[in-house]
Design a protein around this ligand. Structure first.
Ligand code: URA
Length: 297
């Protein structure tokens, strides 16, 4: 298991957040740690120096009062013909959202109440990709608004992140599969161009793939794994590392983690999911350090 090392420092706020989520809170992402005056123990030789976070922590969002994110509802117009993959790759935001809302590219269109394009900051640092809308998302038109979404929000809060602020959240499928069944490969193939166009427009700095279908789609599309290998690989083998995915014209770090719905059923793995978030945060911090010309450790 590739968990970060135990570290001595833990502030009360983050401790409380992690305890509430059910994460064993005995370590912190190095990127969030204040630098100690004198190191307790020598740092491992190959680790790069990471910048110290000095900005004050924002107010803790509570599960009862999640930050409201307005949903922009485009006017949906049924196009005369369905857009092809090539068409989708040229759409701007209003056109893309209208195309998703009007989409008939697969059979899920017939079952949906609402298509769910995504929500959040359109110049995000983080892109979080889930699987598909569930019942509540299908009703509200926004991703991750059910129980799994509340857990996701709390895990993000523990990293000082909030949906809508530097974070965009989307799914591989934009329509709910009936009875929340797994996405079919054909549905993913038909829907993936929308996600790829979102990535091109968003230009995030890091992508967090939640669950098997998000991981398979992003790693396959990004040329990190052959489709057959991605389909076979258990999620536990894909997490704990940083993939460099070529997604359109961008090469982006992709970190894979457990889907929050899985974590609700398997709370014992919440610590690993937290480790994945920390890995992603450290990857960003290392990239910032490199951009600032930090000397190698
Ligand atoms: N699960 C997902 O993968 N996405 C959602 O939006 C909700 C639940």
């Amino acid at each position: 298991m590739n968990l970060p090392r135990a570290l001595p420092w833990l502030d009360e706020r983050r401790s409380a957040l992690l305890a509430e989520i059910g994460v064993p809170a005995w370590w912190q992402p190095r990127a969030l740690l204040p630098r100690p005056a004198a190191p307790v123990e020598a740092p491992p030789p190959v680790e790069p120096a990471l910048p110290v976070r000095t900005a004050p922590l924002p107010k803790i969002p509570t599960p009862e009062a999640p930050a409201p994110v307005p949903i922009e509802r485009p006017v949906t117009q049924q196009p005369a013909t369905e857009p092809t993959h090539a068409d989708i790759a040229t759409l701007d935001w209003p056109e893309l959202e209208a195309a998703i809302h009007a989409c008939q590219r697969c059979g899920l269109a017939a079952c949906r109440q609402r298509a769910v394009p995504g929500v959040g900051d359109r110049r995000p640092t983080w892109l979080i990709v889930g699987e598909a809308p569930g019942e509540e998302e299908d009703r509200q038109g926004e991703p991750f608004v059910g129980r799994a979404g509340r857990l996701l929000d709390r895990m993000l809060a523990a990293l000082d992140l909030q949906r809508g602020h530097g974070v965009y959240i989307a799914n591989v499928l934009k329509c709910r599969p009936p009875r929340n069944r797994n996405p079919e490969p054909e549905e993913i193939a038909r829907c993936a161009p929308y996600l790829l166009r979102q990535i091109a427009l968003l230009q995030p700095r890091i992508v967090l793939a939640l669950g098997r279908f998000a991981a398979q789609t992003l790693l396959t599309e990004g040329g990190c794994l052959p489709p057959a290998e991605a389909a076979r690989a258990p999620l536990g083998r894909l997490r704990g590392r940083v993939f460099q995915a070529r997604l359109g014209e961008l090469t982006l770090p992709v970190v894979v983690s457990y889907h929050p719905a899985y974590l609700l059923r398997n709370p014992v793995d919440k610590g690993k999911a937290w480790a994945d978030l920390c890995l992603a945060a450290e990857t960003l911090a290392s990239a910032d350090g490199a951009a600032l010309g930090a000397p190698p450790a």
